[in-house]
Design a protein around this ligand. Structure first.
Ligand code: DQQ
Length: 571
C-alpha cells in the first residue's frame, strides 16, 4: 500500500518536472502531447495555403480580430485527438492573413464556468482599443453559459495571455429567464447603440424556433436579457454561431456598431439541424431593438448562403487597417469519422473572404482576400479561345493540385438555351440530376479540377444556362460525384442559381485548388461553392486541370489566367 503511494507521488513528480502536467486551477493541461506528429503517414489531403493546425481536430473559427496591426485567429481545437472533444481556443497570428504562427492556447478550461469546454464566441474592441472575448463555457452541470476574457497585457500585440473575468458567468440560464441550458451558445461581436448600452446576441431555440437572444449591458460585465429576441424564425431549429453586422454597397467595410442611412444589416445563422448556414438582409431598428429581414429575403434553410458547399460556423470581423469586413468559415471533412481519425487531423479553414453588399442590395458578394494573390506564381494566360461543344482543353504549365484559376465565358447563341422547367426550383437537386456528364444546349461548361489523366477522377465546377419566363437563368454546380475512386467519401453535388445576366456580362469563375479543397467563386463572387474531395489518382503532379464544354453549342473563353500557388507558412 505504502509503496504504491510513494510510486504515485514519484510519478506525479516526474510528470510535473517534464511538463506533462501543468496544473491550473483544477484543470490539467497536457502541453507536450501537442507536439506529437499526426498518427498516419498518409498526408495526401493536407493543404498548402489553407489554414490548419499541424494535427488534431479543428472546427469553428472564433473571435477573429486585428490588434496593433496583427491578425488573430482563434479556433475550436481538440489538443488530444482528431475527433471533436476537450475543446479549447487555439490561437495563431499573422501579419498578412496568409502566413501564420501558432501560440499557446488562449482559452482553455480553468474555472468552474468553463470546466467542461470553451466553446465558440467573438471578440469586441472596447473603447481605448481594448479587445474583449465573450465565449460559451460549459459548466460542471453541462450548462451553456457566457464568459468574458480580456488580454493580460495590452502592450503585447500577440495577445498571448488572457484573463478570465471573476464575474463569470456573465449570462446564464435560470428558472426565471427560462433559457434552454443546452441551447444557449456562441455570443456575437457586440455593438454599442446610441443609448450607450452594448448589445450582444446568443444563439438558441425554443421548441423548433431558432432564436437570437438579446442581452444589453452598460459596462460589458453586467448583462440584462431583453424581453424579446433580436429575431427568431419558426421551423429552423437551433441557431449556432449567429453573426450580425452592418453592410453597404461600398467595398469598404463598416465597424459593427455603425448604423445610418444607406446601411443594411445582415443576420447569419448556422443551423444545427442541417449543418447549413443562411443569411438574410434587412433593417436593424435600434429603438425597438429588433431586426427585420427585407421583404423577399427567405428566412429559413432555403435562404441565401455564403457558400452552397462545405462551409459552417462562420464569423466575420471588421478589419480597421484595410477598412473591410472579412469572413472566416470552417470546412469540415467529407470522410467517415474513422478515416479522418486515422489521418490524424480534421478540418480546414476557408480562405478569408472580403465581403460587401451587392448593388442589387439583395445579396452579399464575396472575394478571396487580395493578400492570397501574393502566393501566385508561374502565370499562364490564354488568348480568347473558342471551346466547341463536346470539347476540352488542358490548362498546362501550372501545378494543378495547388492553383488559382480565373476563367470567363461568353455565350454567343443564348437563344438556343434549354427551357427552364417550372418544377426545377432546387438548384442542388438540379445539379445532381444534370451532372457534368449530361449534355444540354448551353452547358455544362466550366473547369475540371483535380482530374486524373484518363478522367477516372475529376471535380467539375460548371455553369448551365436556361431560358426562364422573362430572362436567362444561370445555374452553377460543383459536381463531386467523380472526385474520388474511394467509395467511402461523401460525394454530394452542390449547386446554386446565380444572379448574373449572360446577355450583358461574361460568366466568370474562379477556383482556388488546394489538394483536397476546391473553393469556387461564380459571377465575381455572387455564388460560392466549396468542395472537399479526396482523389486517389489526381494527386500532386498527377493532377490535371481542364476547361471543358459538354454542351451542344460553342462557348467563348474570353479570359483565362491561371497560377501555381506557393506554399504558405502555416503554423
Ligand atoms: N461548435 C461549438 C459550439 C457551436 C458549434 C462547439 C458549431 O459553440 O455551436 O465546438 O459548430
Amino acid at each position: 500500500m505504502a509503496s504504491a503511494f510513494v510510486w504515485q507521488i514519484y510519478l506525479l513528480f516526474l510528470m510535473l518536472s517534464h511538463g506533462v502536467l501543468e496544473l491550473e486551477a483544477s484543470h490539467i493541461v497536457y502541453r507536450n502531447l501537442q507536439t506529437l506528429q499526426p498518427t498516419s503517414p498518409n498526408q495526401t489531403y493536407r493543404t498548402s495555403y489553407h489554414f490548419q493546425p499541424p494535427k488534431n481536430w479543428m472546427n469553428d473559427p472564433n473571435g477573429p480580430l486585428i490588434y496593433k496591426g496583427i491578425y488573430h485567429l482563434f479556433y475550436q481545437y481538440n489538443p488530444y485527438g482528431a475527433d471533436w472533444g476537450n475543446i479549447v481556443w487555439a490561437h495563431s497570428t499573422s501579419e498578412d492573413l496568409v502566413n501564420w504562427i501558432p501560440h499557446e492556447h488562449a482559452i482553455y478550461p480553468s474555472q468552474q464556468s468553463d470546466i467542461n469546454g470553451c466553446w465558440s464566441g467573438s471578440t469586441t474592441i472596447l473603447p481605448g482599443d481594448k479587445p474583449a472575448i465573450l465565449y460559451t463555457g460549459i459548466d460542471p452541470q453541462n450548462q451553456q453559459i457566457q464568459n468574458l476574457a480580456v488580454p493580460k497585457n495590452l502592450s503585447d500585440p500577440y495577445l498571448t495571455e488572457w484573463d478570465k473575468s471573476p464575474n463569470n458567468p456573465l449570462m446564464a440560464p435560470t428558472t426565471i429567464n427560462k433559457i434552454n441550458a443546452s441551447s444557449f451558445r456562441d455570443p456575437t461581436t457586440s455593438w454599442l447603440d446610441p443609448d450607450g448600452r452594448w448589445r450582444v446576441i446568443i444563439g438558441s431555440k425554443r421548441n423548433h424556433r431558432g432564436l437570437a437572444i438579446l442581452y444589453r449591458s452598460k459596462d460589458f460585465i453586467h448583462w440584462t436579457k431583453a424581453q424579446h429576441p433580436l429575431h427568431s424564425a419558426n421551423g429552423t431549429g437551433m441557431w449556432e454561431c449567429p453573426d450580425f453586422y452592418p453592410v453597404s454597397t461600398s467595398r469598404s467595410g463598416l465597424d459593427t456598431s455603425v448604423i445610418g442611412l444607406g446601411i443594411k444589416h445582415v443576420l447569419k445563422v448556422s443551423l444545427d439541424d442541417t449543418k447549413h448556414e443562411y443569411y438574410t438582409i434587412g433593417t436593424y431598428d435600434h429603438i425597438k431593438d429588433i431586426y427585420i429581414p427585407d421583404n423577399g429575403s427567405i428566412d429559413n434553410d432555403s435562404g441565401l448562403r455564403y457558400d452552397y458547399g462545405k462551409f459552417y460556423a462562420s464569423k466575420t470581423f471588421y478589419d480597421g487597417l484595410k477598412n473591410r469586413r472579412i469572413l472566416w468559415g470552417w470546412i469540415n471533412e467529407s470522410l467517415p469519422q474513422p478515416e479522418y481519425v486515422k489521418q490524424g487531423w480534421s478540418g480546414v479553414q476557408a480562405i478569408p473572404r472580403h465581403l460587401w453588399l451587392d448593388k442589387s442590395r439583395q445579396q452579399l458578394v464575396q472575394w478571396p482576400i487580395v493578400e492570397i494573390e501574393t502566393l501566385r506564381t508561374n502565370r499562364v494566360d490564354w488568348p480568347s479561345t473558342v471551346l466547341k461543344g463536346g470539347s476540352m482543353l488542358e490548362v498546362s504549365g501550372i501545378t494543378a493540385a495547388q492553383a488559382d484559376i480565373e476563367i470567363s465565358f461568353e455565350v454567343p447563341e443564348l437563344e438556343k438555351a434549354d427551357e427552364l422547367d417550372q418544377s426545377w426550383t432546387n438548384p442542388q437537386t438540379l445539379c445532381s440530376q444534370k451532372n457534368a456528364s449530361i449534355k444540354g444546349e448551353l452547358g455544362p461548361f466550366g473547369l475540371m479540377v483535380l482530374a486524373s489523366k484518363e478522367l477516372q477522377e475529376y471535380t467539375a465546377v460548371f455553369f448551365r444556362i436556361f431560358k426562364g419566363q422573362d430572362r436567362y437563368v444561370v445555374l452553377m454546380c460543383s459536381d463531386q460525384s467523380r472526385s474520388s475512386l474511394n467509395q467511402k467519401t461523401d460525394k454530394t453535388t452542390y449547386g446554386s442559381f446565380i444572379e448574373v445576366d449572360p446577355i450583358h456580362e461574361p460568366l466568370s469563375l474562379r477556383s482556388l485548388i488546394d489538394h483536397s479543397i476546391v473553393e469556387s467563386f461564380g459571377g465575381e463572387g455572387k455564388a460560392c461553392i466549396t468542395a472537399r474531395v479526396y482523389p486517389t489518382m489526381a494527386i500532386g503532379d498527377e493532377a490535371h486541370l481542364y476547361a471543358f464544354n459538354t454542351g451542344m453549342e460553342s462557348v467563348q473563353i474570353s479570359k483565362l489566367s491561371a497560377w501555381s500557388m506557393k506554399r504558405a507558412q502555416i503554423n
